[in-house]
Write a protein that binds this ligand. Structure first.
Ligand code: DOR
Ligand code: ZN
Length: 344
């Protein structure tokens, strides 16, 4: 039986760090075990939309890291949000100051998407995507649409035709369909070219809709895209233990204060950062796929962003522990439950 697991520091291709006190609370978790993380731009009150925003937000994160002893060997990689009024100039300037990607939130599909993109195929959007293709700057997409008479469980599937149309129109644009949750999305990504990739979260590898609403409402498992059916989860597991570089880790760790989750209209987002390496080890081991974990969580994401996997290692040991009920005012994923692996 394997009882020790040594991995390079992880490459987490999708995190929400927020700002102010929440930023200070959550950054240390990811910085403990990741070499890099792609930092999402849907912050409030200041969203990350321009080069100035990128410089400001990056310095906020770096300042938090500077306060940690020892300072972790972790580098945040910044993004901007692509909206209807984003221009090629905005994109080029942000790229120049270090934004590694642009993120699209279609209007109204998730946390802080109230000013999300309305039209993927307007003249302005097409010019922006063209500029990103030219710069080699990846387009990251929250792949859901909030259409009339469409259940929340169907929002990812109804987005796929839009995604295919974009892939067809911009054959060299690097794209990532973020946090995929359906068998249909896995199949779509598999069939497209090497510039088209997807991130997969740890929580979508181990939950279904039943874990959100099947046995009481469990607000801390609620996220967008909402967890789906068993065969969807099986397809995600198959994707991550197939050694296919198109699928890599993006945890979508998305902290919200407890009172924003446990209320009449709870926020969407799963705070997985405090348990991410441990949870991944457990999931991959259960799927008889431990040998695929390193590629999925360390190598493929780094390669996609043109980086080498980390040389510094982390170590996990087989030792059961119970996930704390709360960190600060944020309830982590699997609070109060046991995990079998422990990060040293
Ligand atoms: O559940 C989610 N929470 N999904 C997202 O896409 C955004 C995230 C957040 O920012 O809280
Ligand atoms: Zn996200």
């Amino acid at each position: 039986m394997i009882t020790t697991l040594t991995l390079p520091r992880l490459f987490d291709a999708h995190v929400h760090f927020r700002n102010d006190e929440m930023l200070q609370l959550v950054v240390p978790f990811t910085a403990k075990y990741a070499s890099h993380a792609i930092v999402m731009p849907n912050t409030r009150p200041r969203a990350i939309l321009t080069a100035e925003d990128v410089v400001w937000y990056n310095s906020e994160i770096e300042r938090t890291l500077d306060q940690l002893r020892p300072r972790p060997n972790f580098k945040p990689l910044m993004t901007i949000e692509i909206r209807d009024n984003t221009t090629p100039e905005i994109v080029a300037r942000a790229h120049k100051v270090g934004a590694v990607a642009g993120k699209v939130y279609p209007l109204g599909v998730t946390t802080n998407s109230n000013e999300g993109l309305r039209n993927f195929f307007s003249k302005e959007s097409l010019e922006t995507f063209e500029a990103m293709q030219f710069l080699g700057m990846p387009l990251l997409i929250h792949g859901e649409l909030d259409l009339p008479r469409t259940l929340v469980t169907k929002r990812e599937e109804v987005f796929l035709p839009t995604f295919l149309r974009l892939a067809d129109r911009f054959p060299k644009l690097k794209m990532v369909l973020e946090h995929i949750t359906t068998k249909a999305a896995v199949a779509t990504i598999r069939h497209l070219g090497p510039n088209i990739n997807a991130t997969i979260t740890a929580h979508h590898l181990c939950t279904t809709l039943n874990d959100v609403v099947g046995d009481g409402i469990r607000p801390h498992n609620m996220c967008m895209p909402i967890p789906k059916d068993f065969e969807d989860r099986d397809a995600l597991i198959s994707a991550v233990i197939s050694g296919n570089p198109k699928f890599f880790l993006g945890s979508d760790t998305a902290p919200h204060p407890r009172e924003k989750k446990e209320c009449a209209r709870g926020a969407c987002g799963v705070f997985s950062a405090p348990i991410l390496p441990e949870l991944l080890a457990e999931i991959f081991e259960k799927a008889n796929g431990l040998s695929y974990l390193e590629e999925f969580a360390c190598d493929f994401g780094a390669e996609f962003y043109g980086l080498k996997p980390a040389t510094e290692k982390i170590t996990l040991i087989k030792e059961a522990w119970t996930v704390p009920e709360i960190y600060g005012n944020v309830v982590p994923f699997m609070a109060g439950e046991a995990l079998q692996w422990k990060l040293l």
